[in-house]
Structure formats: C-alpha cells, structure tokens
Write a protein that binds this ligand. Structure first.
Ligand code: ATP
Length: 500
C-alpha cells in the first residue's frame, strides 16, 4: 500500500498541496491547493456538478452563504448535538476523540519488560504483558479524563459588537443552506417531486484530532445533495442514490477493490435517520468514509418549519395531498474525493531499470491534459511550432509547453503529475536541409508509453478521441511508432501500490 508520506511529499514537490501558512510554521490541519491541486480539485467538483446538477432533469443547483441565521443551528440540532466526546491527558495535556482513540497507535511502557517502550497498533494488546491501552496513547504515562462533549462548530461574531446577541457560526455542513431554501427553489423553479438540490461549498469543523493529510481538516469542501421525495418512496430512492454514488467514483477511475459500502449499525444512526450507508475508500490508513448517504426522513424540513414559523411542505396535484417530503442526502467531501483519486492513481513502475512514478488519472480529472515538448530546444522552427501548437490546443484543453530538460526527463515529469498525453515536435515535423517537413507530431500515451504519429491538421480530432479514452482505436488507425527520441520505454516490470 502506498504510504501517506509518499503522497504528501509528491503533492508538495509537484505543486498539488502545501501546508497552510508554511513559512510561519504551518497551521494545524489546514492545507492549500497549489497550481496542480486546484486543477485536480476543480475537476472533481466540475464532474460532480455536471453529473449531479446539470445532467439530470430532476436536479438543480444552489450556492448558499456560509454565515447563516444562528437559529438555523438551533433548529438543525447542531447547537445541542453536533459534538464529539473528548478526553484530555492529565500529564501531557493532549486531547483525543474518545470514540476514535483506540484507532490510534499507542505508546506503551511495558512492565513485563522492565518498562521498555513499545509502539503498538491501535486496538491491539501488548504482546508481552497482554494489556490493552488504558493511559494516554501519545505519552504513554498520563491518565485520561472522563469524556466531555465538545461542540465542533466554529463560533464567531456578526457585526461590530462582540456580545452574545452577535454570536453566529461558520457552517459545519452545507446541507442546512439547502433546507432553508427549499421553498424558494420549489416556487421559483416550479419543481415537482421527486427533485434534488445540489450544492458545493466550504464547511468548517473544529475537529479535535484532525489529520491524515487532507482527509480530516478543520476547513473543507462538501458536495451535497438533498433529494426530496414522497414519503413511502424514500427507501427505493435511497437505494438508487447509494448505487449511483458508488458507481460515480468508479466511473472516474477508483478501482473496485479499493471502494466499498458500509451500512450503519442501528446504534450509529443519527436519531432522525432511517438508514445510512457510507461509501468507504481504502486510504493508506485503512478503510475510511468518503461519502455518507442518509435517509433523513422529514426531520430537517419539519424542524425549520417549527423554528421559523414558515410552512415547508409540498402540495401534490395528483393526489391533492399536502405533506412534508422525505429527504435522501448523499454528502461527499471534495477534499477526500480528490485525495482518494490521487491515492488510487499513484503507481510506481520499473522502466529500463529506473523507477517511474505515474499518476494514472482519468483524463477528465488530470490537472494537465497535454504537454507539448520540443525534441530539440535549440532548433527555432521546432520551438516555434511547439509553442504555436500549445496555444492552439489551449483553446480546448489545459495544455502546457516545457523545454527545460531532456525528453526522457520531461516525460517522467508529466507522468508524475498524471498528464495523459505528451505531444512531441521533432526535426521531421518541421523539416531541414535534407528532408521536407512531414508536418506530423508524435503523441505519447502516459499509461502504455506507446506513441503514434499524426498530422498536425488532425491533432484536434485525434485528441478529442484520446480524451474520450480511445487510445487503442487511434493506435490501430495510425500505427504505433518507435519513440522519436530513440529511447526505448519498454516496461519491464510494473508494481502498482500493491493493493490492486
Ligand atoms: P467522519 O465520521 O469522518 O468525521 P462525518 O460522518 O462526520 O465524517 P459527514 O458529516 O457525513 O461526515 O460529512 C459528509 C462528508 O464531508 C464526509 O463523508 C467527508 O467526505 C466530508 N468531511 C466531513 N468532515 C470532514 C473533515 N473534517 N475534513 C474533510 N472532509 C470532511
């Protein structure tokens, strides 16, 4: 399994993700997306939006504000119930989530071995004294306090006066912005049940123990759907959404052995939820939640109706009945999805005795789609042609030009950031005193490292085919050519991260 350190280091080295405020020593659990990271995350959000809000006739979009009326959080139950149980170490003062503490590796000074120090995986007993953890997992010495409930909402003040009346909260989920706009959307868009509202936006949670890179942070982005249905049809719609969301991740490249569904136990369910299923991904630290898909019944609309005094219901023309719809909520994280796509794409291979790191992103997710590379940097005609090609391709795809290294190195650089295709311009393309220009360029496929040579005039059409995943068809039509740099890229041995 690829370890998280490799992913973190690649992300920093290649401009995907940096620690927030790094020059000041960094802030706990906040991360900044660099030039390639913002492209990846935007692609995740764009695909989700396209598939959820635009491609379906039963869905519309919304972008609600982060700051809301404080009573929203009373009505939603967040003020009273959005808490995690927290324990403190009496010695080192570190804090832990009581319900997750046994998942952590723990420090143990074992009496059976004269007090030797051991690091023991979460939930396991010491092999020597057979004791389970009872003290602080970090220092191994301190007693832990009794669990206290800690509210995860970030408190702030609205307006210039910092008094109790001005207290408000940064939203801990985007969902409530949808519920409070239910009637606005229903009326303005003349929606008929069943229909859904999709929203992407920032959410904030003062997590007790953030960590695992961008998996658990205090500021993150959610991609949420509230799908309103007639009571009685909710169970069927819930299952449909579970199937749809499970398939969505696989459509964009997540390998099926690394993704699974997990049904919530009855005692895990929120008190208003009828059923909840998580989509889990095999992250480097183990199976963890990528998305939760819950049947929230009519709880939220009823609560907001009760607290606001406004009726939030639906009149069904056919049955002439008025009722409060049930809601199915597929709630995903943009950051967790981007991280899962990154981890899943990561492969190490051995090519001609050298290690090749390649991110096998789905073309729609890849931050860069095409790199145009001149074979000889000193040949003006090659450089000029390559730059012009880049500008032409850029109108349609995110293309870059790079001439800062030898061709072999440039290929490896693009592999490492997951660029699906490289286009090489060489002497044959532009011609010289001995031969006329053939006006063809070489396209190299990231995954197979095969190359085809195509006329520049056809590049747009061929690229469109390739982006749609038709490499074999294009290769069949144009024929595989030898590597134009004369370097054989024959793959000797492939090792993915060992999970596939
Ligand atoms: P967890 O059990 O991991 O704390 P949760 O069940 O509280 O997650 P939800 O409230 O269901 O999470 O939020 C929906 C989605 O939002 C999650 O599946 C996840 O993708 C994302 N998410 C929630 N909390 C965080 C966080 N602290 N950092 C990054 N993403 C998050």
């Amino acid at each position: 399994m690829v370890d998280m350190d490799k992913i973190v280091s690649l992300c920093k080295r290649r401009g995907f993700i940096f620690q927030s405020s790094e020059i000041y020593g960094g802030t706990g659990s906040c991360w900044d997306y660099g030039p390639l990271g913002v492209e990846l995350k935007n692609n995740v959000k764009r695909l989700w939006w396209r598939d959820s809000a635009q491609a379906r006739s039963d869905m519309v979009g919304l972008d609600a504000s982060i700051l809301m009326h404080p009573r929203v959080w009373r009505a939603s139950g967040h003020l009273d119930h959005f808490t995690d149980p927290m324990v403190d170490c009496r010695a080192c003062k570190r804090r832990f989530r009581a319900d997750k503490i046994d998942e952590e590796e723990w420090v143990h000074y074992c009496e059976a071995t004269k007090g030797n120090k051991f690091m023991i995986p979460g939930g396991e007993a010491c092999k020597h004294c057979h004791h389970l953890r009872s003290l602080c997992p970090a220092c191994g010495k301190g007693e832990l306090t009794e669990p206290r409930q800690f509210n995860l909402m970030f408190k702030t003040f609205m307006g210039p006066v910092e008094d109790d009346a001005a207290v408000t909260y940064l939203r801990p989920e985007t969902a409530q912005g949808i519920f409070v706009n239910f009637d606005n959307v229903l009326q303005s868009m003349r929606m008929k049940l069943p229909f859904g509202i999709a929203q992407i936006g920032k959410a904030f949670r003062n997590e007790i123990t953030p960590g695992n890179f961008t998996f658990r942070t205090r500021e993150f982005e959610q991609m949420e759907i509230e799908f309103f249905v007639m009571p009685g049809t909710d169970e069927e719609w819930h299952q449909r959404w579970i199937d749809e969301r499970f398939a969505w991740y696989q459509r964009y490249g997540i390998r099926k052995e690394n993704i699974r569904l997990r049904e919530h136990e009855k005692d895990e369910l929120a008190f208003y939820a009828k059923r909840c299923v998580d989509v889990e991904y095999l992250f480097p630290m183990g199976w963890s939640e990528l998305e939760g898909i819950a049947n929230r019944t009519d709880y939220d609309l009823k609560q907001h109706s009760h607290f606001s005094g406004k009726t939030l219901d639906y009149f069904d023309d056919e049955s002439k009945q008025r009722f409060v719809p049930y809601v199915i909520e597929p709630s995903a994280g943009a950051d967790r999805s981007a991280l899962a796509f990154l981890v899943d794409a990561y492969h190490e291979e051995e090519v001609r005795g050298e290690k090749r790191v390649v991110l096998r992103f789905h073309a729609e997710l890849a931050p860069l789609k095409i790199a145009v590379l001149p074979l000889l940097k000193k040949n003006d005609r090659i450089v000029e042609t390559a730059k012009k090609l880049t500008a032409d391709l850029r109108r349609r795809w995110h293309a870059v030009y790079d001439d800062t290294a030898s061709i072999g190195r440039l290929y490896r650089r693009q592999d490492e950031v997951g660029t699906p295709f490289c286009v090489t311009v060489d002497v044959q393309t532009v011609g010289d005193d001995k031969a006329a220009a053939d006006e063809k360029v070489t396209i190299r496929d990231r995954d197979t490292m095969e190359q085809v040579r195509v006329p520049i005039g056809n590049l747009d059409t061929v690229m469109a085919e390739l982006m749609a995943g038709h490499w074999s068809a294009v290769a069949g039509q144009h024929g595989i050519v030898k590597n134009s740099s004369g370097v054989s890229e024959v793959r000797l041995k492939t090792t993915n991260d060992g999970r596939g």
